[in-house]
Design a protein around this ligand. Structure first.
Ligand code: SAM
Length: 264
């Protein structure tokens, strides 16, 4: 039975007014891309078949296709998909489709690595979140790897609210425990780390890792991106980040997290 995404219009409107292709252009943003690629490569095997769900303009899919992997990219928003197709010209090993994380058009057990790097940011109720997780797992082969990117509540408060001076606007969406309510019009959905993990309790998966993919970089971005940090210091900072990004100390304040599990 077809499962409908009630929020497609809101997501489309956001991305039609946003330069998604520039998402990793700032030095501080490169932490997330480099760290995610580092962990993807850790689990790839020769000949792995990869699916990226919510591929945006194709930053990960294209990088992986250029490495020679057979990649399938699915994206909800037509404008993003058009940019992806333009960026991917000449890459015959990258196939792209319009599609929805809630209703994947692939057979069960089709891919060795399934990347869900985006849809979890834009799901606004428990049922849809559960559905995106079960669809991702469904299309992954047994013993294959699933990776889910998600946002932390603290990223909304510290990296967004404080930096943009809009804490007061957040007040109406705050729960007593400091979590942020899902408000579709606000476009981003966020989690406490333990709540994200709880969603996998009854799934056919084994937890492998939780990675803080950008750590404090978004919060410190005014210092990282102001042009004063030398390349040497920047690389040292990235090296420290990569060495510590699996530690609990860093996870709560990371804006982006990566939950990695294996399908049993
Ligand atoms: C922040 S972007 C991330 C793009 C890319 N995966 C990356 O990490 O750079 C999130 C992407 O997920 C897409 N998306 C959101 N909800 C989706 C859904 N239900 N199914 C498929 N794609 C979705 C958005 O249109 C957007 O292109």
């Amino acid at each position: 039975m077809k499962y409908t995404n009630k929020f497609k219009n809101i997501i489309e409107e956001k991305y039609n007014n946003y330069q998604e292709d520039e998402r990793f252009n700032r030095k501080s943003q490169s932490f997330e891309f480099r760290t995610t690629m580092h962990y993807i490569q850790k689990y790839l095997k020769k000949g792995s078949k990869i699916l990226e769900i919510g591929a945006g303009t194709g930053r990960y899919s294209i990088a992986l296709a250029k490495m020679g992997y057979n990649v399938t990219a699915v994206e909800l928003v037509e404008n993003n998909l058009n940019v992806l197709r333009e960026n991917a010209k000449g890459l015959d090993n990258l196939k792209s489709y319009q599609g929805d994380a809630l209703n994947l058009q692939f057979e069960d057990n089709s891919f060795d690595l399934v990347l869900c790097l985006g849809p979890m940011y834009h799901l606004f109720n428990k049922k849809d979140k559960k559905r995106a997780i079960s669809e991702t797992i469904r299309v992954c082969k047994p013993k294959g790897i699933c990776m889910f990117a998600y946002l932390t509540h603290s990223s909304i408060v510290w990296a967004y609210g404080v930096r943009k001076g809009s804490l007061r606007n957040l007040a109406y969406a705050l729960n007593k425990d400091g979590s942020i309510k899902d408000v579709p019009e606000e476009i981003f959905s966020s989690f406490f780390i333990e709540d994200f993990a709880k969603q996998f309790e009854k799934t056919n998966t084994t937890f492998l890792k939780n990675v803080a993919t950008d750590g404090l970089a978004p919060i410190m971005r005014d210092y990282i991106d102001d042009g004063k940090m030398s390349d040497e210091d920047f690389e040292l900072l990235y090296k420290i980040h990569l060495a510590t990004c699996e530690r609990l100390d860093h996870q709560g304040y990371s804006s982006h997290m990566l939950y990695i599990c294996k399908k049993n």
